[in-house]
Write a protein that binds this ligand. Sequence first.
Ligand code: SF4
Length: 405
Amino acid sequence: MSGKRNITKEDILLRDRMNGAGTEVKGPLLFKPIGSMASNGIRIVLDETDLIQPFFYAYPNPDAPMQVVIDGYDVTVSDEGEVVATGKLEEQPSWCDAMMTDGTTRVGDAILTNLPTEFYININNRCYAHDSGNTCRFCGMGPSFSQNPLWTLEDTLKGSEPMTEAIALAAKNGWRGTVLLNGGLVPPDRRGQWYTDVLEGTMERFRAILDDEEILGELQIAVGNCPPDDFGEYHKWKSFGISSMEIDTEVLHPDWFKAMCPAKDKRRWDEGQEAAAEVFGRGRGASNLFVLGIEPMAGMLEGVEERMSKGVFLMPAQYTHHPDAPMGGMGNPTPEWFQEAYEKIIDIYFKYADTFDVDLTEDDRWGYTRRTKCLMPHNAMWISRLQEMGKLDPGLPSQYTAEPA
Ligand code: SF4
């Protein structure tokens, strides 16, 4: 017996409440996050379920009803004074201690990430949406991209060298997950040969450092940007070692998409996803985020079902307002609204599970639903439903570190 129990809806609601309402955080923080991004936050591994509760330490709310007390690595979560969960701060995995070739930087400090499940390699230093005056309305990253110079191909490859090396060394030392080749939206005049060249150059370097085709095949290596001019390029990209396209859907209903993403053409985005499902595989090969909590529920669900029926897998990222976004301080829906949305999205996952390249209820590949995406609230619900069905034991499978051979 593992002493663990299945994840419940109450556990998932607790996570949403901690993030949605804010949380008062008390206690000295011995924790060292993985990666160097300021927004990295802290992660608590809850005792009974292994559920990983990520939240952003940068935004504690002293007026929140919920409180997290940290004592060394021990954590107690209270709601209106009542203890509702206990856990441990997540410790850094051992692969963080591998050294970069400069001999002085730890891999864990060189990584650029918001989450330890997904590491980023920058393939475009600016964002065309912001540069053209058509920033996606929910996004606050445009102003920071606009401070960067527009890099040549050579500059881009040189600039991404440290990250490429850090991720390859992390993988060599046990990390598994998604490598996302992303950055700001690639401008239209770079969606042809330039796009293929930057991916080829990045992957050549990554493969040379990793030097292990078996590990390469275990990673999800996704291009997280726009469709190329010619979908036939996907075949070349696949030969570089790329395994998936993440052409993010952002919002589902066409009218909402037009209003929220004026720099993007929904029909082209949809076609690019469908072509990716054909080349890289239905499901994992066309695996895309959308922002949940902006548009009304009914149109969102219709859109999710339409995309899933075409072999395009969608994952909801929960909307939170960003002060630098054009739509600024629009508030979030309630945690209960998100719960209902997750339930209905998971129902759609089950409906299309056996139409993907590997049945979704059995799929154990790194970078996909069981492994490395369980920090996303809807995916905790997916795991909970699989546990109820007896398809998964209590306690989460390892999320971003392979078991030692
Ligand atoms: S969502 Fe992406 S494309 Fe849109 S403004 Fe933000 S960085 Fe640019």
